[in-house]
Design a protein. Structure first.
Length: 497
């Protein structure tokens, strides 16, 4: 065999082997993707640097990212969080499908770095960056990663929604203003967002989907299930992302961590409980500024449904969920009664007895079971226990409800009960101030006169307040001018009460 023929045969053999290996590699890639071993699908619309690193470095990018990950963990132990940001950014460029890296980097921004700043606006920038990193980038490359949905929901519920950060109300105000650009009022016009007709409606829909990555169709589904929610407050978005995470888990059940599902369900029923306590936005007269938060008692039934569903879906943790559910029902009865909705309070009191006939009341005589005392006696027993609570949300809700009850009794002529509820509010306000003095801005509560002014404004609202006859009687007993005048009612009301 001459040399030229040998070269031709070797070349043909090489081509055959390459073609065979290509076919085999394609089959292996399909099997690996089907079994979930690796993510072989190419990145779409990736930045140039990310496209380069994921293609040019090939298998070496995994080794490099491992070295960077070890270094990032060392920096975390040394509290060098700012240095971690750059390393984490490199890791996400090397391994964009590693969901845990996105979660760690976002947590570092929202929790570790934000608190390094004293200025609330600087803190908010870092909290928002953490949320945007998960929402805009992490989900872009990991659309089915349940852990990212879990972390997003937690950021809205805990970092933005809870009061553990001194800047928490600034976060709520900033988020309120951002969402107000999209939503015209507390409850979205879903028809206009889903099927916009005017240029203004199309602009709002684009902002919602492009900037905030929210699907208005799924948003409406969440509101129909858990609402009506105030979508300018963070709890509604915690529920949205948790519900979307559960939806993704149902669509792609392979390799879903059961603990992530537990956390997503927990975010929903815990956020629903918060919605009941302070899910109503109290705004400035022009509606552009968030001034305070109030209860949304219209969501009690939906919150109850969320607890019951969680107990069915998570049998292993049913006992723990039942404890929170029991506390929620007891609180629902209490909140409704002191909000002057005694008929609804009685209905939920009966439901409480049916669901938990043997549960004792917290802070009460062990012999005092819910079914063994009248509704009013039960509620006032809860009031006695409530006075020892230093939670800002619960205390403010109690003060608002006590003042509302006092004004209602005054309107119907029961001055003894009106005075009793007023004194109870004063005692609770004083007790709270004494217990929380010097503990920080995050638990500051408004003066009683300001709370009273807001409650009186609600009661005298011609559309949502007291019936006209009762409103007129309340005005008369407080020596207030008729509603046609512009005189502020606060001063006269304060003197009367």
């Amino acid at each position: 065999m001459n040399r030229r023929l040998k070269q031709i045969l070797l070349l043909a053999l090489a081509v055959t082997l390459l073609a065979g290996s290509g076919r085999l590699q394609n089959a292996m890639n399909l099997d690996r993707e089907r079994l979930g071993f690796t993510r072989m699908s190419p990145l779409e619309n990736a930045p140039p640097m990310l496209a380069f690193t994921t293609v040019a470095l090939g298998g070496f990018r995994g080794l490099i990212s491992n070295v960077l990950w070890i270094r990032a963990n060392d920096l975390q132990e040394q509290d060098k969080f700012f240095e971690m940001v750059q390393l984490s950014d490199w890791i996400t460029k090397l391994e964009p499908h590693m969901a845990q890296v996105w979660v760690e980097e976002a947590w570092n921004m929202s929790y570790n770095i934000s608190v390094k700043f004293k200025d609330f606006s600087d803190r908010w920038n870092w909290v928002r960056r953490g949320i945007e990193l998960l929402r805009d980038e992490g989900l872009r490359y990991n659309p089915n990663a349940v852990i990212i949905y879990r972390e997003l929901a937690w950021d809205y519920q805990h970092k933005m929604g809870a009061d553990l950060d001194d800047a928490n109300f600034y976060y709520k105000q900033s988020w309120f203003q951002e969402m107000s650009e999209v939503l015209d009022g507390p409850h979205p016009n879903f028809e206009a967002l889903i099927h916009p007709k005017t240029e203004a409606e199309r602009a709002r829909a684009r902002t919602l989907t492009d900037r905030f990555k929210i699907d208005p169709v799924f948003m409406q589904k969440v509101d129909d299930t858990y609402g009506p929610l105030e979508w300018r407050l963070p709890e509604a978005h915690a529920i949205y992302w948790a519900a979307l995470g559960l939806e993704k888990a149902r669509e792609n059940p392979t390799h879903v961590n059961p603990d992530d599902l537990i956390q997503l369900r927990r975010v929903i029923y815990q956020s629903m409980q918060i919605v009941v306590v302070r899910g109503h936005a109290i705004t400035s007269p022009d509606g552009k500024q968030l001034v305070d938060l109030g209860p949304n008692l219209e969501c009690i039934r939906r919150a109850n449904d969320a607890y019951e569903k969680a107990m069915v879906d998570d049998v292993a943790n049913r006992s723990n969920i039942a404890t929170g559910y029991n506390n929620f029902l007891r609180s629902a009865v209490y909140y409704l009664y002191i909000d002057n909705r005694e008929k609804e309070a009685a209905q939920w009191y009966t439901y409480l007895q049916k669901q938990f006939p043997d549960k004792l009341l917290i802070g009460m005589d062990p012999n005092s079971l819910p079914g063994k005392m009248p509704l009013e006696e039960y509620v006032f027993a809860r009031v006695a226990d409530q006075v020892s609570d230093t939670s800002r949300d619960k205390t403010k809700l109690f003060l608002e409800a006590a003042i509302k009850k006092s004004l209602f009794y005054l309107a119907i002529g029961d001055e003894d009960r009106a005075f009793q509820m007023k004194r109870l509010a004063e005692k609770e306000w004083t007790y709270y101030q004494d217990k929380t003095s010097g503990t920080g801005q995050r638990i500051v509560i408004p003066p009683l006169a300001e709370i009273q002014q807001e409650v009186l404004k609600q009661l005298l609202d011609p559309e949502q307040g007291l019936p006209p006859q009762l409103a007129a009687q309340l005005r008369a007993r407080l020596n207030l001018p008729p509603p046609s005048t512009n005189a502020p009612p606060a001063a006269a009301a304060e003197k009367k009460l």
